[in-house]
Design a protein around this ligand. Sequence first.
Ligand SMILES: Cc1cc2nc3c(=O)[nH]c(=O)nc-3n(C[C@H](O)[C@H](O)[C@H](O)COP(=O)(O)OP(=O)(O)OC[C@H]3O[C@@H](n4cnc5c(N)ncnc54)[C@H](O)[C@@H]3O)c2cc1C
Ligand code: SF4
Length: 321
Amino acid sequence: MKAFTYERATSPAQAAQAVAHTPGARFLAGGTNLLDLMKLQIETPTHLVDVQDLKLDRIEPTPESGLRIGAFVRNTALASDLRVRRDYGVLTRAIVAGASGQLRNKATTAGNLLQRTRCPYFYDTNQPCNKRQPGSGCGAIGGVSRQLGVIGTSDACIATYPGDMAVALRLLDAQVETVDPQGAKRSIPIAEFHRLWGNTPHIENSLKRGELITAVTLPAPIGGRHLYHKVRDRASYAFALVSVAAVIQPDGTGRVAFGGVAPKPWRVEAAETAMPHGAAAVTAQVFADARPTADNRFKLALATRTLAGVIADAKTAGAGA
Ligand SMILES: Cc1cc2nc3c(=O)[nH]c(=O)nc-3n(C[C@H](O)[C@H](O)[C@H](O)COP(=O)(O)OP(=O)(O)OC[C@H]3O[C@@H](n4cnc5c(N)ncnc54)[C@H](O)[C@@H]3O)c2cc1C
Ligand code: SF4
């Protein structure tokens, strides 16, 4: 690990300024992703700005009957919150499908949203990787790509966004609240938060330099049955090959988002009108522009089968988490 300096921020605005004005500075939350990347020298920040004292650890009701989740709320606290379990069960289910109990006790809401890809070539510093080192090439294209993306990818990068929680947040139309170094606040729809890789796969989200996430807000509950199915190589402690988050109403209508297939949680709202007609009708539209590799073409059939399982479960399972 490269040497770095450390400070504990005293307010959100001060944290944003500290990162904006110190070259190579980064925010530190739970550290479960950033420190791993630092040990491998994939990330080499010169200065860490710890956000643990900023009182961003509350879950509060909003005037619109939704919930405001502080950026530093731990994954365990969020998944077990009674309001989340009752009204946003898909979020609880997605969070507990990820990582392990110990990691979820440390991992935070903002840190989880910003976790970096698990492409094996990104982690191997002997391999070219446009995301790790812009312009160096992509070891995964033409390499082993079983885990990688089938849609929304580019000629520069075919990695996936790896997280589970964000797939549920996308389904629920969450908003990401931020403050910038000038103290200006903004609210970013989750659909616009993660970027497609395009020619700049090292730019992964719409945050500006020094912009701090302060909270994630959920709109009012939408009812329905909340499900999250995650298919992976091991039963736990593994990232999704394909995941499906869904809220399905008693009449068979509903919403669906997919994880493990694209650079961001993948939701095609226009395809949701096909929900009452079954999984294949939905995925034919969701994956119409897919560009799978020979290694990961199986994800298309897997996505259809996983959604079919979710729809079947919705007919029999109880409501909520
Ligand atoms: C073995 C293992 C298995 C895992 N399995 C899964 C899994 O199956 N599913 C899953 O979803 N996740 C999984 N994870 C990932 C884990 O969920 C993330 O490491 C964790 O959520 C990151 O949160 P953190 O608070 O520790 O972030 P950190 O590591 O502290 O930070 C991550 C990034 O977010 C930035 N950041 C943090 N807070 C803010 C803020 N408020 N504003 C702006 N930037 C900020 C940091 O600068 C850094 O770039 C796994 C991790 C490990 C190590
Ligand atoms: S797929 Fe993306 S992350 Fe993986 S090696 Fe290629 S450029 Fe890097």
